[in-house]
Design a protein around this ligand. Structure first.
Ligand SMILES: [Zn+2]
Ligand SMILES: [Zn+2]
Length: 197
């Protein structure tokens, strides 16, 4: 939707209903706004993707003339599977309460040594031992080095990992224990001010 301030990026909204008068004129659209992270009370956080939007509880009626173009708001999962992200591609993983600043869900899974939620803009590598994901910078690697890796085992898994590569009949016992560790690592709560607490 066309913003009132032309220097701002276009607004993103979901059209719920389209109405016109009996002569088919004055077409109005009933919309539900998507908020960009910088428009939310807590502002943009490091884990927010550049194409991330929040489905808000803010409804509005606009003239159909304000529609600029059609875009696609993907689920988080399908967004991460896109081969290429176009101008018209966005993703949404949170609903947003525009009066309280609360998010739903209010917890997100965290990854890496830095324990941050996943930002789909950032490259991460997955450990073959514990299945956790890591930022190259957090494991003292460049992005180029990370892309060239065939196998990656994190610090905690590396001794175990070498054994597994040598012996493909590794027992599943150790990986069961690892899965439990992972489950114990709880997600971060996103507070009412939008900050991770
Ligand atoms: Zn990290
Ligand atoms: Zn690991």
């Amino acid at each position: 939707m066309r913003p009132s301030d032309p220097s701002k990026p276009s607004y993103v909204a979901r059209i719920e209903r389209i109405e016109s008068d009996s002569r088919g004129a004055n077409v109005r659209v009933y919309i539900r706004w998507y908020y960009r992270p910088e428009e939310s009370i807590g502002g943009r956080r490091q884990f927010h993707g550049s194409k991330e939007v929040f489905l808000s509880d803010h409804y509005d009626i606009q003239s159909a003339d304000t529609i600029e173009a059609k875009c696609v708001v993907h689920s988080f999962k399908s967004y991460t599977k896109l081969d290429a992200v176009g101008n018209e591609d966005f993703f949404c993983r949170f609903e947003y309460n525009s009066s309280t600043g609360a998010f739903n869900p209010d917890r997100v899974a965290v990854y890496c040594k830095c324990e941050m939620p996943y930002n789909p803009d950032d490259l991460m590598v997955q450990c073959e031992g514990c299945s956790d994901w890591f930022h190259p910078a957090c494991i003292e690697m460049t992005a180029e080095e990370a892309k060239r890796l065939d196998h990656f085992f994190c610090e905690n898994c590396s001794s175990e990992g070498q054994k597994k590569l040598q012996n493909s009949h590794a027992t599943s016992r150790q990986s069961d224990t690892k899965k439990q560790d992972k489950a114990n690592k709880s997600g971060l709560r996103i507070g009412d001010n939008g900050h991770v607490t």
